[in-house]
Design a protein around this ligand. Sequence first.
Ligand SMILES: *[C@@H]1O[C@H](CO)[C@@H](O)[C@H](O)[C@H]1NC(C)=O
Ligand SMILES: *[C@@H]1O[C@H](CO)[C@@H](O)[C@H](O)[C@H]1NC(C)=O
Length: 134
Amino acid sequence: MESPSGRIPWQSLLLAVSLLTFWSPPTTAQLTMVSTSAAEGTDALLLVHGQPEFLAGYVWFKGESVDSSHQIASYAIDAQEMHPGPAYSSRETIYPNGSLLFQNVTLGDTGYYTLLAIKRNFQGDRATGRLHVY
Ligand SMILES: *[C@@H]1O[C@H](CO)[C@@H](O)[C@H](O)[C@H]1NC(C)=O
Ligand SMILES: *[C@@H]1O[C@H](CO)[C@@H](O)[C@H](O)[C@H]1NC(C)=O
């Protein structure tokens, strides 16, 4: 792992993800996700506020927990790269600010989503919100 001032490659981020999904960090008051509704076939943006400083990356999960088998994708900030996970449907894009764009949503996309923000010291903050597709 690298010092907080060094560039963090996505391989280190993925390692941090595997450690954090095992440990499952608590939710914090600062990091919040805005629950949203969208009509079927439109695009939905899951907005995130209160990101901590000195971030290494983000990981999005389907569901209310940090569970690697439900990982949609991870985003490494330094590398500006997104890496799909097992729950990726090819319609999701993670923005550099952590928000998740969901294109062409279906009724089956309704549910809870969880964001894990990974800091450069490899600690994590998480937030959960709901997407409702009608
Ligand atoms: C994050 O970035 C996206 C794309 O640029 C933008 O639409 C969205 O408003 C931003 N979110 C916040 C909370 O600023
Ligand atoms: C949106 O999803 C529906 C059903 O999954 C599919 O039939 C349609 O082609 C998709 N539209 C676009 C623009 O991807």
